[in-house]
Design a protein around this ligand. Structure first.
Ligand code: UD1
Length: 375
């Protein structure tokens, strides 16, 4: 007899929300088989970092919010573990499903593995091979204790097998983040709904287009000297192409603390608070190019065919470079300006949509999951 199995789905930080939305949608089609139970750890809690996404993506209210908030990595991870353990003990799920690579991902995976509850990892096997990134530690550790691993690109399987993961646990299913992108693209906000500009700047944007900038990695924003150099480069680019720059709370705080706000105080840089999903999607889809240090935006720009310059020395998403529109440029001003000039003049590389980034990844995940639950 097939019974209804509880699967705890975990979200914690902004990039988790667009990944869980299609997975929960697909699960809800089988109420006689799966009872999804949504835990929000509260790693991200501000209105801009959480609420906009739940509303816009139609994610149900979490069954429980652990309200851990911000803290050092050790404190945040430990607090999530202590609170999440109580939920698992009470709900006794058939499995715990985690997405991505944030602190909430590893914290909840570790609790589950220690309680002998199977762990399912969506977006497994991505590797930057840079252990100074907190996310890389989270990825390696989560994958090593996962029972079912869903990957977004073929290279991910090689990474996992090399680390000793049994091949039979790995399933190449495509990219749930891109499921969300295709579903919502027709409803994305228009540029006019997002930014108000002077007539003069509007005329420039109408003629030249605009770029989008996002920065939030500790390696880029925590050191004031490095941050200043990046902001000066951004200002330099804005002399040719107006830039819209939604500021992550971490970045805003570092700019304020280091007294660097003046650098962005020029007419062709439009600084904004963090945006909701529909607003960000609207901007990205209309941009002439994007400069970012985000992981997800490298994938979204590839799916949208918009040139992306990644302001990091590596990427855990190599397919966006090999097949997509992404170029990893590092943080050196001359290199960034050189690559910007190339894109500005030539339009950048065309790119193609990677295999299985077709809007059906979540459906594949849930089919495999249901089969696995019967074993
Ligand atoms: C986290 C993830 C990162 C992801 C990013 C997306 C980890 C290790 N990092 O980084 O992989 O790309 O989310 O945003 O999990 N803050 C607020 N409001 C909030 C949340 C945070 O103001 O709702 C501020 C706080 O000052 C906090 C800082 O942002 O100290 C950093 O937040 P934190 O959750 O530690 O990491 P992120 O930098 O957001």
């Amino acid at each position: 007899m097939k019974s209804v199995k509880t699967i705890i789905c975990v979200v914690g930080a902004r990039p988790n929300f667009m990944k869980i939305a299609p997975v929960m949608d697909a699960m809800r089609k089988f109420p006689d088989r799966i009872r999804p139970y949504l835990v929000h750890t509260g790693q991200h809690y501000s209105k801009e970092m959480k609420h906009h996404f739940f509303e816009q993506l139609g994610i149900p209210e979490p069954d429980i919010d652990l309200e851990v908030g911000s803290a050092s990595h050790a404190v945040q991870t430990a607090e999530i573990m202590v609170r999440f353990e109580q939920v698992v003990l009470k709900e006794r799920p058939a499995a715990v499903l985690v997405v991505g690579d944030v602190n909430s991902t590893i914290a909840c995976a570790l609790v589950s593995a220690k309680l002998n509850i199977p762990v399912i990892h969506v977006e497994a096997g991505l590797r930057s091979f840079d252990r100074s990134m907190p996310e890389e530690i989270n990825r390696v550790l989560t994958d090593s204790i996962s029972d079912l691993l869903f990957t977004t690109e073929r290279d991910a399987r090689d990474n996992l097998v090399r680390e000793g993961v049994d091949d039979s646990r790995i399933h190449f299913v495509g990219n749930v983040m891109i499921d969300t992108l295709y579903k919502n693209l027709p409803r994305a906000a228009t540029v006019e709904e997002i930014v108000t500009v002077t007539d003069k700047l509007k005329a420039v944007i109408d003629e030249q287009g605009f770029g989008v900038v996002t920065l939030h990695r500790p390696s880029n924003v925590d050191c004031p000297i490095k941050l200043e150099k990046l902001l000066l480069t951004i200002r330099e680019i804005s002399r040719q192409l107006p830039l819209v720059f939604p500021l992550h709370p971490r970045t805003q705080a570092k700019i304020t603390d280091s007294g660097l706000g003046g650098i962005l105080d020029c007419p062709a840089i439009i600084s904004l608070p963090p945006l909701g999903y529909m607003e960000m999607l609207g901007l990205l889809s209309k941009a002439r190019l994007v400069l970012t240090d985000s992981g997800g935006i490298q994938e979204e720009t590839t799916a949208l065919g918009i040139p992306c310059l990644t302001l990091r020395h590596n990427t855990e998403r190599p397919i966006t470079v090999e097949q997509g529109t992404n170029t990893v440029v590092g943080c050196d001003s001359d290199r960034i300006m050189h690559e910007f000039d190339t894109i500005f003049k030539t339009g950048g590389k065309a790119g193609k949509i990677p295999e299985l980034w077709d809007g059906n990844a979540a459906q594949r995940i849930v089919s495999i999951l249901m089969e696995w639950l019967t074993q």
